[in-house]
Structures are given as C-alpha cells and as structure tokens.
Design a protein around this ligand. Structure first.
Ligand code: HAM
Length: 440
C-alpha cells in the first residue's frame, strides 16, 4: 500500500547514500572557494516578494509563473527565494559591506524554489552553489569568476567543459537590438507562438529563449538572425574583447552563443552557461553573468557585480549517472562485548568515539549476532571485550581486512587503533577523488 503522505510534487528526499556524494562535493567546493578567497554568506530562505520582482524582472518566467509567493500571519507579502543573487545584494546593502572594502567575494549554498513543471533535473525545490564578485567593473573580474566556475566542476571530476557566453550589453543597446529583432521577425509575426508574440512586446530578447519547435523553424526560415554583439557600444565591446582574451590566458575553453540571453532580467554585458548533454532538455548545469545595474536598482550606490549559480541537483545527477561514487566513509571500529563486560563496554565505546567512528550493539544481543553485525558493518577493526582479557586489563583487536589478531592493553588501545587505521587497508576500491574521470 502506498504511504498516506508523499513528498510534495517537485521535491524529493535525499537519502544517506545520496548525501555521501553531496557532502563530498560540498567539501571539495569549499577547498576551491577558500583558495579563490571567497567567504560564505547565509541569507534567509524567504524575502519580500518585491525584492525578487525588482531584480529578476517583472516579465521573467521566474516572477510571472514560478514564484512561491505567500502572505504571512502579519500580512507581509513574501516569497521563497527563487535564487540567491537578490538576497545577497539586499544583505550587501543592508550591512553596508560596500563601505568596508571595495571588492567582496561571497558564496552561498542551499535550497531555492521555483514552481516549474517537474521533470528529470528540474525540481520545485533544488539547490544551488552561488558565487558573487561584487564591486569590480573590470573584465578581469569576469575572467576570475568564470575560471572559478569551471574549477568547481573540475574539482568534482568534470572534464573538458565548454563555457558558452554572450554579451547582453546595456538596457539601451538591448532596446535597439529589440527593435532589430522585431523587424527581423515581422514577416513571420503572425505565425509565431502566442508566447513569443507577447515576449516581442514585453521583452524581445526573451524570444531567443523559446523552446517552441514552430518558432525555431520560423527562425531558420528567416535566416541570419541579428546578433546582439553587433549592437554593443564601444565600452561594452572592449569589455567583451578583454573577457575573451582573459579566458584564453586562463586556458578556459569557450564558445560564443549569440542566442544566449539567460532567464533573469538583471544581466548586463557578460552572460554565460555550461551545459551537459546527459541532462537532455534540462541541460544547463549552471550559469551567471554581470549585473552592473542591480545594486542601484535596489536603491544602493551604482556598484558593479558578476556572479553565477551551479545547479547542484543536476551536477550530482550527472556524477551519479556516470557511476561516480563518493569515497566510502571511513570504516572504523566495531566493539563487541560479552554479558559480563557489557557495562564496561558502554564506557569504553564512549571514550573511543572521541577519536574514532565506532559501532556497538545497543540491543545487547548474543556474541554470534554481534560478530555477524561486525562483518556487515564494514568496520576495519573489531575490538572484543572478553571476560578473561578484560579482567587482566586487556582486549582483543582483530584487523578484519588483514585477518590478523592480537591482545592489547587497555591503556594502549587508542594508540594501537589509530596506528592500524592509518595503515592503508589491503585492496581498497577507488572513490570519486581517486580516479581520473572521463568527460561527463
Ligand atoms: P539560473 O540560470 O536561473 O541562474 O540558475 C542556475 C542553475 O540552477 C541552472 O543552470 C540550473 O543548473 C539550476 N536550476 C535552475 N532551475 C532549476 C530547477 N527547476 N531544478 C533544478 N535545477 C535548476 C541564477 O539563479 C542566477 N542567480 C545566477 C547568478 C548568480 N547570476 C549572477 N549571480
């Protein structure tokens, strides 16, 4: 019989075996982030709805169709965060971070919420790893950030990722480009999907984001599409050239994608994504870009910024499909007791757990059952409190991997266990970090 309650549509449980991979990935990421000088910031899971409407854009899908918006008991208009950037910038302003030092490197991770149509790699609650470099307008900032983006994936075993990028210019160049796009589509306007016709009025760039097969066929019919890059002003153009040159110096493989527009409205200049074919339709593993107008939009002093978010669910899915497992948890110690030594074992186990992972039978089962459990537990060492040995102040230690056994005095037990656990076990299988992975 199906259980009465199930996780809400678009959400899912991560079980301990899944979390081994997630926690390993987060630990790897923390190392990379620290090397790049990023510091963690944690902001609330919900904010005023208006904050997201202002930043993501009133006409964006995220605000129009995907927001978890609610009133609290005090009648406040709130929403679960659909992304991190807005909340992080709100915190940046609220705490006057800009007045402390000019450039801030900030990262966050946790759940975000979008009411989309659930499918493989697309959930209503999902997790992002988000990074923001706030305060520098320099192309070098874009380059460093994109390099970090790629290095995080590489730390998880992804290889040969190609970053696709574009420049979305400034609101003024986008307006002129929007006119060019309308003119280009004018001959087929009546045959475009209702959605695209609407977008041509409210936010023409977003037409390039259409997944509608009919629209895409019409684009092909129209032939050479105008490119936003040809509409950039001189400053945006030289920023773009410098970013490409910097990526080349950093050894980052990229492709220019004239159709890349991103789903959120706050971007200016550089916009980028990485995709993975294994994910099918929901192929974006992560994306980001520059948002030089966002902080001013929130009422702050004009402050440039550039950032990205990695979709962790999708990245973990790719690793899982490729059969890449997290390293096995440290196999530790199993303590087995006899009836007369059980009380003493409780104290010994507590002492040993200050240093080692220890398993112990809380159900006081017989010795045979404990031996079976020890075998199944994956523990490397078995400590047996035999009545006679314990009376002499000693225990028996069996190395289950090596098949050896010796009697050790209680006082020397911690040191002996530490020494044995530090030795490489015979024939341990490789985990994620241990083997070179192919291109995911
Ligand atoms: P985004 O492109 O909207 O950017 O989301 C980043 C990543 O989150 C996507 O590439 C994808 O991997 C993942 N993602 C998005 N929607 C879903 C979903 N429904 N289920 C699973 N994964 C999903 C942002 O959120 C920007 N805030 C990034 C940024 C930071 N830009 C500047 N700073």
């Amino acid at each position: 019989m199906a259980p009465r309650f199930q996780a809400p549509r678009g959400t899912r449980d991560l079980l301990p075996e899944d979390l081994a991979r997630w926690q390993w990935a987060e630990a790897q990421a923390r190392v990379v982030l620290e090397r790049y000088g990023y510091r963690e910031i944690r902001t609330p899971l919900f904010e005023e709805f208006e904050l997201f409407a202002r930043t993501s854009g009133e006409s964006s899908d995220v605000v129009q169709k995907e927001m978890y918006r609610f009133k609290d008991l005090g009648d406040r208009d709130l929403a679960l965060r659909p992304e991190f950037t807005a909340g992080v910038m709100r915190a940046y302003l609220e705490h006057g971070l800009g007045g402390r030092t000019r450039v801030h490197r900030l990262w966050s991770t946790g759940p975000v919420f979008r009411y989309g149509r659930p499918q493989k790699g697309r959930y209503r609650q999902f997790s992002q790893l988000n990074c923001e470099l706030v305060g520098s307008p320099a192309p070098g900032a874009d380059v460093e950030l994109i390099t970090l983006f790629v290095d995080l994936y590489e730390a998880w075993g992804f290889r040969d990722l190609t970053v696709v990028l574009n420049s979305v210019g400034q609101p003024e160049s986008r307006r002129v480009y929007g006119d060019a796009l309308r003119a280009w589509l004018a001959p087929v306007h009546e045959r475009l999907s209702a959605d695209s016709q609407q977008r041509l009025v409210t936010n023409p760039l977003r037409v390039l984001d259409t997944k509608d097969a009919g629209d895409l066929a019409l684009f092909r019919e129209r032939g050479a599409m105008p490119h936003l890059l040809d509409f950039l002003d001189e400053a945006d153009r030289s920023h773009w050239d410098a970013v490409l040159a910097g990526l080349e110096s950093a050894g980052i493989t990229y492709e220019v994608d004239h159709g890349l527009v991103r789903g959120l409205d706050y971007y200016t200049r550089t916009a980028f994504e990485v995709h993975d074919r294994a994910l099918g339709a929901q192929s974006a593993l992560g994306g980001g870009g520059r948002y030089d107008g966002l902080i001013a939009e929130l009422g702050g002093p004009p402050t440039p910024g550039v950032g990205f978010a990695i979709g962790l669910d999708r990245a973990m899915l790719v690793l899982e499909e490729r059969g890449i497992a997290a390293p096995a948890p440290t196999a530790g110690v199993y303590v087995a007791a006899m009836e007369p030594t059980r009380a003493a074992a409780v104290g010994l186990v507590r002492a040993l757990r200050r240093r080692f992972p220890v398993e112990f039978d809380v159900e006081a089962r017989g010795f045979g059952a404990q031996m079976k459990a020890a075998g199944r537990s994956g523990a490397r060492l078995l400590v047996i409190l035999g009545e006679e040995e314990w009376a002499r102040g000693a225990v028996v230690v069996k190395d289950l991997a090596a098949g050896t056994q010796e009697t050790i005095a209680r006082e020397g037990l911690e040191a002996a266990l530490a020494a044995r656990l530090a030795q490489a076990p015979p024939g341990r299988s490789a985990g994620i970090g241990a083997k070179e992975t192919e291109k995911p």
